[in-house]
Design a protein around this ligand. Sequence first.
Ligand code: B12
Length: 211
Amino acid sequence: MIDFENLAQAMGDLDEDTVKELLEAVSTTEDANKAMEACQTGMNTVGKLFEEGEYFVGDLIYAGELMTDAVEVLKPLLAAGEGAGAKARMILCTVKDDLHDIGKNIVRSMLEAGGFDVLDLGIDVAPEKVVEAAKAENIKIVALSGVLTLALDSMKATIEAFKAAGMDDVKIIVGGCPVSEDAANAMGADEWAYSPQKTVKVCTAWAAEQA
Ligand code: B12
């Protein structure tokens, strides 16, 4: 029985040895999902300690590396839990001014496991670049990720850029920790999600509608 509270604690403490040891015991999709949640709880602790001035940017960088390693370990098990989705092409990126990509990469892994062909535009992607890529590749599903509060403005600007380009048929889902249902509605997104699993469900439904 894996102690997920201990895992969350070890992640928050940036205790690499304990995190690795606990992750080694994860062997089912259910436990992998719980382990991912525990790791995220630990990352929230890291964020809190950073806000309180106890952790510094170096700790955030280290936390990012630790989380990336954890995702690598859990990815095959998380992927095993997903069904075969529609083989649709879609765009994913972290929006302008935001450099955080760990959550985006998890979402990408889950979408790929769900059968999507994901064009990952990377981080700090300007609205016009997302629109250009969608136009050039005739892509009708876009997922925008952001972790900073200011990412909400960049998401809104990206959605507005699609409207200004007359591409109202493109479906846009937004996600990341500052995104709420209210924020998503206010910016005019078609959907929002916190969990990568919901993202796969929503995008699979859109792909079926568009097929
Ligand atoms: C690691 C980290 C970093 C690393 C990032 C490394 C990397 N490669 O991504 C580094 C060191 C680069 C970094 C830098 C900074 N960071 Co930082 N960082 C974090 C930290 C600790 C964890 C983020 C993370 O990876 N979480 C784990 C992932 C798995 O969670 P997630 O991103 O939320 O993703 C999940 C869901 O949201 C969802 N999801 C994600 N994307 C999408 C997309 C879609 C479409 C959907 C549907 C769902 C979805 O699925 C994911 C899996 O479940 C957070 C604290 C926190 N609570 O998150 C601070 C935090 C985000 N950082 C913060 C800050 C302030 C900064 C800096 C400004 C620090 C500085 N002074 O330089 C810079 C900004 C750089 C920039 N311009 O982006 C603040 C943001 C405050 C704010 N409200 O805007 C936070 C909240 C810390 C804090 N509490 O103060 N950071």
